[in-house]
Design a protein around this ligand. Structure first.
Ligand SMILES: *[C@@H]1O[C@H](CO)[C@@H](O)[C@H](O)[C@H]1NC(C)=O
Ligand SMILES: *[C@@H]1O[C@H](CO)[C@@H](O)[C@H](O)[C@H]1NC(C)=O
Ligand SMILES: *[C@@H]1O[C@H](CO)[C@@H](O)[C@H](O)[C@H]1NC(C)=O
Ligand SMILES: *[C@@H]1O[C@H](CO)[C@@H](O)[C@H](O)[C@H]1NC(C)=O
Length: 579
C-alpha cells in the first residue's frame, strides 16, 4: 500500500505575470541558458558529502543535450481575471480591517510559537511544543511561509527568516529518502514566491532555489528522464543506478511544473523547464487513451512512461494538483502555449461527466461535489459519491480557468463547487468540513429534480428501512444528506478558503467574505492552542479533540488566503500573480 498523499499542499509560486519583461531582461543577462551550464566535472574527491559538493557538478548518467526552452514570442492576451471592485463604504472598510487584523493575529501567534519552540525545524507541534521533521529537516514552515510574512507586512520577520537560509544546506538531507514533490512545492515554491513577492531584492532566495533545484534535478537522471519521486539521494550522489517507479503518485509527478518553470524563467537555465516539459508531453500524448479518457489514474507507471494502465481516478489526494497546475501553467507561460489549455479542457469535460455530482440536501441548493471512479472492466465504471477536503481546490481552479479561457458559463460551475464545500462546512456541528465523507447523490438525469426527501437520504444509507437508517444517523452523528464520515479530521487545510478567495476576486460577490469570516471563526475558535494552532480529530463533535500537528500549509496557505480575502483587491491581484 502506498501512503495516502497528504495535501500535496500546493504551496504555490507567486509569480508576476507583469514581471515577464523583467524575466526577459534576466534571461538576457544570463545568456541563453546553455551558456550557464557549468561544465560537467568528474567527481574525484571521496568527500562527496563535504562542503564542496555541488549537485550541478555531478555528471548525469543520462544527460540531455538539447534543452527545451520555455515558449517565447509575443504574449497572448490573457483576459482580465479580477472583478472591477467598487469603492467600499467606511463601514465596510472598518469591518474588513478588523477581520484582517484577526487573521494577522492568528498568523503572528502561529509564527511566535514556531519561533520559540521549533525554529528552523520543519514544524512545531502545537500542543506539546515539540518539533517534527518529516520534510527533510530544512525548516519547512520557515521556508514555506516566507511569502505570507511579506504579504502580511511583517517585513522584519521576513528579513530575519531570510537571513536564516544561510544555515540551510540543500545539498544534503537529514532523511534517506527525499520526497521530490513535497520538497518542490514547500521549499522550491517557498523560495521562488518569496523572491518574486519581495521584488527580487534578496539574492539568497534565488541562490538557495538554484541549490535546491540542482539537487532535485538529480532525481530526473533516469533512462527515460522520468523522475524518481521517492528519491534515494545518496545513491544518486554516489553515481548509483536509478530508474523511475512502476507506481508513482499522479500528483507527485504532475505538480512540479510551476516551480520548475519559474526557476528556469528566473535563471535563464532551461534544464528545469526541459525536465517537466518531457512529463507534460507524455500527459498530452496519452490523455485520450487512459481507462477514463481525459483523466489520469491516481497512480501512473513512470518506469515505462505508460500513464494508461491504472484504474482509479480522483480529483482528491494523489491527483489534485496535477489538474490545478494546468491553467496556472498556462498563465505562467504567458498564454504562449496551447498545450495546457487542451490538457485542462479535456480533463474538465471528462471530470464533469464522470466525477461531478449533486448531493441531495435539505435546502435543495444546486451544489456540486467531486467523487471518484474506478474502472472495473471496459463496460463497468464504479462511481463513489464522496467529498474530500482536498477536492475543494477545484472551485478556484474552475473560476480562474473560466476567466483565462473565456468560458464564462464555468463561473457558475465554480460557484456550485464552492457552495458544495461550504455546505459541508456548515453542516457539521463544529462548522468545519471533514477530510472525507460520503453523500447521497442525485442521479442527475433530465427527469430527476434532485428534490430532497428523508426517504431518499435513508435509502442512500441503508436498504434496511427507515429505522435502521435513523440508528446509523444518530450513532454516526450524520447531518442531513451525509451517508458516512470516512475521515472526520480537519488538518488546517487551505483548499476551501483558497477557492472562496479566488471566486471572490473573480466575481466580487460580497457574501463570500462573510462566509469566509464564519469559516475563520469556526476554525480559529476550535484549533487555537497556547503555542499555535492544531488539527482536529473529529469535526462531527461540537468541541473536537486536538491533534498535535500544524503543517506548514497553515501559515503558508490557509492563513494567507484568509488574509487576502479580507485585503483590498489589488493586494496580490490575480491579474499580476499566479498563486
Ligand atoms: C547561446 O548559445 C549558443 C550555443 O551554445 C552560443 O553559441 C551563443 O554564444 C549563446 N549566446 C549567448 C548570448 O550567450
Ligand atoms: C535542439 O532542439 C531544437 C528544437 O527544440 C532543434 O531545432 C535543434 O536543431 C536542436 N539542436 C540540436 C543540436 O540537436
Ligand atoms: C483529446 O481529446 C480532446 C477532445 O475530447 C481533443 O481536444 C484533444 O486534442 C485530444 N488530445 C490529443 C493529444 O489528441
Ligand atoms: C468564535 O469566538 C468568538 C469570540 O469568542 C465568538 O464571538 C464567535 O461567535 C465564535 N464563532 C464561532 C463560529 O464559533
Amino acid at each position: 500500500m502506498l501512503p495516502i498523499l497528504r495535501r500535496w499542499a500546493f504551496h504555490i509560486t507567486l509569480i508576476t505575470v507583469a514581471l515577464f519583461l523583467l524575466v526577459q531582461a534576466v534571461s538576457l543577462l544570463h545568456g541563453n541558458g546553455t551558456a550557464r551550464q557549468t561544465p560537467i566535472q568528474r567527481l574525484t574527491h571521496p568527500g562527496l558529502f563535504g562542503k564542496k559538493f555541488r549537485w550541478r557538478d555531478l555528471p548525469q548518467r543520462h544527460p540531455v543535450d538539447n534543452f527545451t526552452a520555455p515558449p517565447s514570442g509575443p504574449l497572448e492576451h490573457i483576459p482580465k481575471i479580477q472583478h472591477d471592485f467598487a469603492e467600499e463604504t467606511p463601514t465596510q472598510r472598518a469591518e474588513r480591517q478588523s477581520r484582517l487584523a484577526a487573521v494577522k493575529e492568528a498568523f503572528v501567534h502561529s509564527w511566535e510559537g514556531y519561533k520559540k519552540n521549533a525554529w528552523l525545524q520543519d514544524e512545531v507541534a502545537p500542543i506539546s511544543g515539540k518539533s517534527h521533521n518529516g520534510f527533510g529537516g530544512w525548516g519547512a514552515t520557515l521556508v514555506d511561509s516566507l511569502d505570507t510574512l511579506w504579504i502580511m507586512g511583517l517585513q522584519k520577520d521576513f528579513a530575519v527568516a531570510v537571513a536564516e537560509l544561510r544555515k540551510i544546506d540543500f545539498t544534503t538531507c537529514s532523511l534517506n529518502e527525499v520526497n521530490v514533490f513535497e520538497t518542490t512545492i514547500r521549499y522550491l515554491g517557498g523560495l521562488l514566491s518569496a523572491y518574486d513577492v519581495s521584488g527580487h531584492k534578496y539574492d539568497i532566495l534565488l541562490d538557495k532555489a538554484v541549490e535546491l533545484g540542482d539537487m532535485l534535478y538529480g532525481a530526473f537522471d533516469t533512462p527515460n528522464r522520468m523522475p524518481v519521486t521517492r528519491w534515494d539521494w545518496k545513491n544518486s550522489a554516489l553515481g548509483g543506478l536509478q530508474e523511475a517507479a512502476r507506481f508513482s503518485l499522479l500528483a507527485e509527478v504532475g505538480s512540479l511544473t510551476l516551480e520548475f518553470t519559474r526557476l528556469s524563467q528566473l535563471t535563464g537555465n532551461h534544464k528545469w523547464y526541459d525536465a517537466i516539459a518531457r512529463i507534460t508531453d507524455l500527459f498530452e500524448d496519452q490523455q485520450n487513451r487512459t481507462k477514463v479518457p481525459g483523466l489520469f489514474a491516481t497512480q501512473i507507471d513512470t518506469k515505462n512512461a505508460d500513464f494508461t494502465r491504472d484504474v482509479t481516478f480522483s480529483f482528491g489526494g494523489m491527483a489534485d494538483s496535477l489538474y490545478e497546475y494546468f491553467p496556472k501553467q498556462h498563465l505562467m507561460l504567458g498564454g504562449r502555449s496551447e498545450q495546457y489549455r487542451t490538457l485542462y479542457n479535456t480533463a474538465l469535460a471528462s471530470a464533469k461527466e464522470h466525477m461531478f455530482f449533486r448531493p441531495l440536501n435539505p435546502d435543495n441548493q444546486e451544489l456540486l461535489v467531486i467523487g471518484s471512479v474506478k474502472r472495473k472492466s471496459a463496460a463497468h465504471l464504479i462511481f463513489t459519491p464522496e467529498g474530500e477536503h482536498l477536492t475543494c481546490f477545484a472551485g478556484g481552479m474552475v473560476a480562474l480557468a473560466a476567466k483565462i479561457f473565456r468560458q464564462t458559463h464555468d463561473v457558475e460551475t465554480a460557484r456550485q463547487l464552492v457552495d458544495g464545500c461550504l455546505w459541508a462546512y456548515d453542516s457539521m456541528p463544529s462548522g468545519i468540513m471533514p477530510e472525507i465523507y460520503r453523500a447521497a447523490p442525485c442521479t442527475v438525469t433530465a427527469t430527476d429534480d434532485c428534490a430532497w426527501s428523508n426517504k431518499r437520504w435513508y435509502d442512500a444509507i441503508t436498504h434496511d428501512g427507515a429505522e435502521e437508517a435513523q440508528a446509523i444517523i444518530s450513532s454516526n452523528k450524520l447531518p442531513p444528506g451525509f451517508v458516512s464520515i470516512e475521515d472526520s479530521r480537519y488538518q488546517l487545510r487551505p483548499e476551501a478558503i483558497e477557492s472562496l478567495f479566488v471566486l471572490y476576486r473573480v466575481t466580487g460577490d460580497t457574501t463570500l467574505p462573510d462566509k469566509a469570516w464564519t469559516m475563520f471563526q469556526s476554525i480559529s475558535n476550535l484549533t487555537k492552542t497556547k503555542i499555535a494552532y492544531a488539527g482536529l480529530e473529529d469535526v462531527t463533535q461540537r468541541h473536537p479533540k486536538l491533534i498535535d500537528s500544524m503543517e506548514s500549509f497553515w501559515t503558508a496557505e490557509t492563513l494567507k488566503y484568509f488574509f487576502l480575502i479580507f485585503s483590498e483587491p489589488d493586494v496580490i491581484s490575480l491579474d499580476e500573480y499566479v498563486l
